[in-house]
Design a protein around this ligand. Structure first.
Ligand code: 13P
Length: 343
């Protein structure tokens, strides 16, 4: 049986040495990122910022795909070329965020469900015409301090939406990235994160099966198994790597062509170190372990850029460096020397 278009695209996104740049921040999210550096959140600044990222020379060696926001997939570079063309020329697949954000789940205090299914078939058809080859939908699962949340109902509502989104994507020949993010917020232990992530992934793969989604034609974008941001006990890198891979081996079928982690508020270097440590574990694992980072790839270039056209080259150097380090982490070959080589 020859591979389908979906399988070919999914595998290309996790080709050796490559991972995904998530650059699909909503207006509200990019506003927060820009504000931290005193950058005005105008359409033109958003375009100039994304242009800086997408036109970085050599980035196609490390980045297989870029997730765009609705505004960005319609924008063009200074020379008039649409961003989709700029990326495609660099050997990078354009993707699109299609969810409409997490909203309060009715009657479930502290829990959210992601919206955006209404009209999704029509939106996917348009994004396909604009050049999108893959898509993203993010579900958020918060771990409550009292041990009561997430509830099975909260987990199931999110899993169901993810699966219905994935089925619509595959119908449109667009690879769905299925992103159930267990949030870092809170003081929970790494053991509690493992328990919640395991329950979430079980529910997600059950729902994908119920919706007849083809596992070979999707990618999973999970959070890593970590103690909460304010937890007393910090876990060493090796423990995070071991717990994360243990959780995935228990829950993710081998038919899935790849796993691309989100960074979720970890520092740049820690997100790289965790990925590297996972890829150093005795293997092989059933699937490639790669990245689909937003903050852990963008924090350094955003800071270096600061909205100043004169600092584009510095920002691009910072971006290329983080992409190179994460590419090395895919092979368990990230070292302190490589990290320092940017200086
Ligand atoms: P972070 O890597 O900043 O968590 O973002 C990844 C992403 O795409 C969230 O949906």
């Amino acid at each position: 049986m020859s591979p389908t278009t979906l399988e070919v695209t999914a595998r290309a996104l996790v080709a050796p040495g490559k991972g995904i740049l998530a650059a699909d921040e909503s207006h509200a999210t990019i506003a927060r990122r820009f504000e931290a550096h005193g950058i005005a959140n105008s359409e033109e600044n958003r375009r100039r910022y994304r242009q800086m990222l997408f036109t970085t020379k050599g980035i196609g060696e490390f980045i297989s795909g870029v997730i765009l926001f609705d505004e960005t997939i319609r924008q063009a570079a200074d020379d008039g070329r649409p961003f989709v063309e700029v990326l495609t020329r660099a050997g990078i697949l354009p993707g699109i965020k299609v969810d409409r954000g997490a909203k309060a789940l009715a009657g479930a205090p502290g829990e959210q469900v992601t919206e955006g299914l209404d009209g999704l078939r029509e939106r996917l058809a348009e994004y396909g015409k604009l050049g999108a080859r893959f898509a993203k939908w993010r579900a958020v699962i918060a771990i409550g301090e009292d041990g009561r949340t997430p509830t099975p109902r909260g987990i199931e509502a999110n899993a169901e939406a993810l699966a219905r989104y994935a089925a619509l994507c595959q119908e449109a020949a667009i690879v769905p990235i299925v992103e159930p993010e267990v949030l870092l917020d809170g003081g929970h232990s790494i053991e509690r994160c493992l328990e919640v992530t395991e329950a979430t992934l079980h529910a997600v793969f059950h729902a994908l099966s119920a919706q007849h989604v083809t596992l070979e034609g999707l990618l999973l974008k999970p959070s890593m198994v970590l103690p909460g941001a304010t937890a007393q006990h910090r876990a060493p890198v090796a423990e995070v790597a071991e717990a994360t891979v243990r959780c995935l081996r228990r829950t993710v079928p081998a038919a899935v062509p790849g796993i691309v982690f989100l960074s979720g508020g970890q520092s740049d270097e820690l997100a790289t170190a965790h990925l590297d440590a996972m890829n150093r574990l005795p293997g092989p694992q059933p699937w490639p372990l790669s990245f689909s980072y937003a903050r852990a790839l963008q924090a350094a270039p955003l800071k270096a850029w600061g909205g100043d056209p004169a600092r584009v080259a510095d920002a691009q150097r910072a971006f290329l460096h983080r992409a190179r380090c994460n590419s090395a982490a895919r092979a368990g070959a990230y070292t302190p020397e490589l990290e320092r080589s940017a200086a």
